[in-house]
Write a protein that binds this ligand. Structure first.
Ligand SMILES: *Cc1c(COP(=O)(O)O)cnc(C)c1O
Length: 335
């Protein structure tokens, strides 16, 4: 079976497992795990931030990150298909008391005029106040779309212009796949870091680690998030075993994402999708009968996912070789 359902399905390589076995560990709730400390420091440095916090999932990282910017009873603006709005089961409302309003862009992009029109400063005891804007790069449900750095910088300018000394407007960047955006565009990770107050990044997607994400931000935001992580039950003990996989992934699996992007373009072509519209590792292809197409592909040894009734999604990753991609492309083209 060639599994193109998601880039979360990768299994740790032998070399990654060896790095995990060797990891020197300690109780991270006591702040005594050296590998976790190394990973947090390294990732903070990559984004030009003061600190980072290891979390079990990207969803937890998003919940913690957004909460550093938004108090209960305030709102965050985001795109309507954002992971924080669609795929976290209402966590930001249920756990943080935060509401959301969304703008719609079919490619998941920043729509600054709409954001500016939606933005609600402190209007007194009448309206919900906007205290943060969240963006997702790459945008998962928009087919791995990249948000151009110029647009993010313009959004930063907007947020700064709205901020007052007592009421800052923050930007959260859901960077579950920021690595793919970085490799696809060559934009330095630190430049993405500079446009956001806080980021969430995943090691368990394209980088191929089995588990793990990080919140990245100021020392103050991370100290707060450390307390809230424990409150959510996310204080982990000898978790350097997992952090070691993350460090290994950063050393060995970052630049190779370019291969995943090339494989995705190959698959796009096979599915009749213009490869120019596939900047990273996700292909969304319209199909009249998505469920039927998924079932037929499965019969031919290719696992793909449906997004709604009329589109299918293919995701390339570490465990899909060039030969796998070519074989899957042949199968899909035939179907
Ligand atoms: C996968 C993903 C997350 C986090 O997912 P977890 O499964 O909770 O690790 C967050 N944002 C985006 C855009 C994602 O694709």
């Amino acid at each position: 079976m060639i599994d193109l359902r998601s880039d979360t399905v990768t299994k740790p390589t032998e070399a990654m497992r060896a790095a995990m076995v060797r990891a020197e560990v300690g109780d991270d709730v006591y702040g005594e795990d050296p590998v976790v400390a190394e990973l947090e420091e390294r990732v903070a440095g990559l984004f030009g931030k003061e600190a980072a916090l290891f979390t079990p999932t990207g969803s937890m990282a998003n919940v913690l990150a957004v909460r550093t910017l938004v108090e209960p009873g305030q709102e965050v603006l985001c795109e309507s298909a954002a992971h924080i709005a669609r795929a976290e089961l209402g966590a930001h409302g249920a756990l943080s008391g935060i509401t959301m309003r969304t703008w719609y862009d079919p490619r998941g992009q920043v729509d600054l005029p709409t954001i500016a029109a939606m933005f609600a400063p402190d209007l007194g005891p009448f309206f919900v106040r906007t205290t943060a804007i969240a963006v997702e790069n790459t945008h998962n449900f928009a087919g791995g779309a990249v948000l151009p750095i110029e647009d993010l910088e313009a959004l930063r300018g907007f947020a700064d212009a709205q901020s007052t000394p007592g009421a800052k407007v923050g930007i959260h960047l859901d960077g579950a796949r920021i690595w793919n955006a970085h490799v696809a565009t060559g934009t330095p990770l630190s430049q993405y870091g500079a446009v956001a107050d806080v980021l969430a990044v995943c090691l368990s997607k394209g980088l191929g680690a089995p588990v793990g994400s990080l919140v990245v931000g100021s020392a103050e935001a991370i100290a707060e998030s450390r307390v809230r992580r424990k409150r959510l039950g996310g204080g982990m003990r000898q978790v350097g075993i997992l952090a070691a996989a993350g460090l290994y992934a950063l050393d060995h699996h970052l630049e190779r994402l370019a291969e995943d992007h090339a494989h995705a373009r190959l698959l796009a072509e096979a599915c009749g999708v213009d490869p120019v519209t596939v900047p990273t590792n996700i292909v969304v292809a319209p199909r009249e009968d998505a469920a039927g197409f998924v079932a037929a592909a499965r019969e031919q040894g290719v696992l793909i996912g449906a997004v709604g009734a009329k589109a299918v999604r293919l995701v390339t990753h570490l465990d899909v070789s060039k030969a796998d991609a070519e074989r899957a492309a042949a199968v899909l083209a035939r179907l």
